[in-house]
Write a protein that binds this ligand. Structure first.
Ligand SMILES: [Zn+2]
Length: 274
């Protein structure tokens, strides 16, 4: 079991929370038979106080869950290497430092995403209504289609948000913890299965500096790129950063992202740039 791999059950719990809120919205739509009323109900739901509270709670739960889980990982890592004592002490006082701010901003970002979920779906529903009315479909048929379409769309979106955001939050927390104790590099780790995209497979095992994110697509020679970003910090990515705490635990020579390319370096060469 890889110590730093994010725990999939946190993602699964988050996805369930998102689905549950969308299901309660679906229940509100059951008795409605006018497309305009349906859109209004979705809008009212998304602006309700209850949904705001729910979004905040679900986001807080996911972020703090990742936070405590990763805290355990750091303590385990500290046991295994030469800087253990130092890291352990740093972890004791971390919430007073920049980490507290990272936790809060991750909660806010996630709560906002959840709050935007019903309106995102409403926009899709709206587009559907327009297209169908142009075709001359009767309102009652449109309503049936919306009711069938809504659960599908919300399931897809909940899955994407849960996967992408647990990964992004996890990376943000690892980054904040790393930088608060002067760990400036990480090893890019993929989930090492068939679903890893080519550009990320190429990053497996590469050392990356936190202040210099790579452009994996560009390094892979692809025409379409998504800019520079860190491990786990892009849609549908299941990769995770493994902080470089102890150079003894790295297999040398190693691949290093440096100067916009991936270079093979000996330990001595790496020590000169780190
Ligand atoms: Zn990835």
């Amino acid at each position: 079991m890889d110590l730093w791999a994010p725990k999939r059950r946190i993602e699964a719990t988050y996805q369930r929370a998102l689905r549950a809120s969308m299901r309660s919205l679906e229940n509100l739509l059951v008795d409605l038979d006018d497309p305009i009323e349906i859109l209004r109900a979705i809008r009212n739901f998304s602006r309700s106080k209850g949904f705001a509270v729910y979004s905040e709670a679900a986001a807080t739960k996911m972020v703090t869950h990742l936070f405590t889980d990763a805290g355990r990982t750091w303590r385990q890592a500290a046991k295994k290497n030469s800087r253990g004592r130092f890291i352990y002490e740093a972890l004791q006082k971390e919430m007073a430092g920049p980490l507290g701010g990272t936790v809060m901003s991750q909660i806010n970002r996630n709560a906002e995403l959840i709050r935007s979920l019903p309106l995102d779906i409403a926009r899709q529903v709206n587009g559907h209504i327009m297209a169908e009315s142009l075709k001359g479909t009767r309102a009652s048929n449109i309503v049936e289609q919306i009711k069938a379409f809504f659960p599908e769309a919300s399931k897809t979106k909940a899955g994407l948000i849960a996967r992408t955001e647990t990964s992004k939050t996890s990376t943000a927390l690892t980054r904040a913890r790393s930088q608060s104790i002067g760990v400036n590099w990480y090893v890019w780790r993929t989930s090492k299965d068939a679903r890893v995209r080519d550009a990320h497979a190429r990053m497996e095992g590469v050392l990356v500096k936190w202040d210099s994110p790579p452009s994996p697509e560009q390094l892979d020679g692809e025409a379409r790129t998504y800019g520079h970003y860190h491990c786990g910090d892009i849609f549908n990515c299941r990769c995770y950063p493994e902080p470089v705490i102890d150079l003894d635990l790295i297999k040398w020579p190693a691949n290093v992202h440096w100067g916009g390319r991936i270079q093979r370096m000996s330990r001595i060469q790496f020590e000169a740039i780190m």
